[in-house]
Ligand binder design. Structure first.
Ligand SMILES: [Zn+2]
Length: 210
């Protein structure tokens, strides 16, 4: 898939399936509006589209994608808080029941953070954004001195998921719903190298293969 023309061909196949062959799904989605029960925070990485990886249909997932699938903490100052705005819409307007932070192996954003050694270029939006995961980098470097890059990368990718789960709880409308039992947070990790999905187990503190 390398040209916009191929995408147009793809849209024609999609239209054939969902608007010509069987239009029931979109008729329902239009009539009822979107009613996803699951919000996924995923990376922009082209290999980890959650709807494809998790085999979902249109309307199933409310998806937020950004560099390295990070959730910032709540900030009160003015600004263009794209991820926070999408979270607010998913939680407060759509009433999703689950939020999954879906990390992945071989994440370029996390790799860049590790390779930078925590030194951020002030002119880089990416460096500034990746400072959200600085705690994961620092912990991985401290706990795994001399470990191969791939191992430190995986540790940092997985710890960054936990930072995002903690940051989710800084939003009062998340905290209230989690406390009330109407919203559950999940940390998942897609191992694109071995085709595995892992889930963070709060009891063991480890990511366990599903
Ligand atoms: Zn990534």
């Amino acid at each position: 898939m390398s040209s916009p023309e191929q995408l147009i061909q793809g849209f024609r196949r999609f239209r054939e399936q969902h608007f010509t062959h069987d239009d029931a799904l979109y008729r329902q989605l239009v009539a009822q509006g979107q009613t996803p029960r699951i919000l996924v925070v995923a990376c922009c990485d082209a290999r980890v589209d959650p709807a494809i990886v998790l085999d979902c249909a249109p309307g199933d997932l409310f998806v937020i994608r950004n560099v390295a699938n990070l959730v910032p903490p709540r900030e009160s100052h003015a600004g263009y808080h794209g991820t926070s705005a999408a979270l607010e819409f998913g939680v407060c307007n759509l009433g999703v029941q689950h939020i999954i932070v879906l990390g992945h192996a071989r994440c370029g954003g996390i790799r860049a953070l590790l390779e930078s050694g925590g030194a951020a270029n002030p002119d880089s939006y990416i460096d500034d954004w990746m400072r959200l995961a600085e705690g994961a980098r620092a912990t991985a470097e401290r706990d795994m001195p001399g470990a191969p890059m791939d191992e430190r990368l995986q540790a940092c990718e997985q710890r960054a998921i936990l930072i995002s789960l903690r940051n989710l709880m800084t939003f009062p409308w998340v905290r209230e719903r989690v406390g009330g039992g109407t919203l559950t947070l999940h940390g998942w990790y897609f191992d694109i190298e071995h085709g595995r999905l892992l889930r963070h187990d709060a009891a063991t503190g480890a990511f366990e293969a599903l």
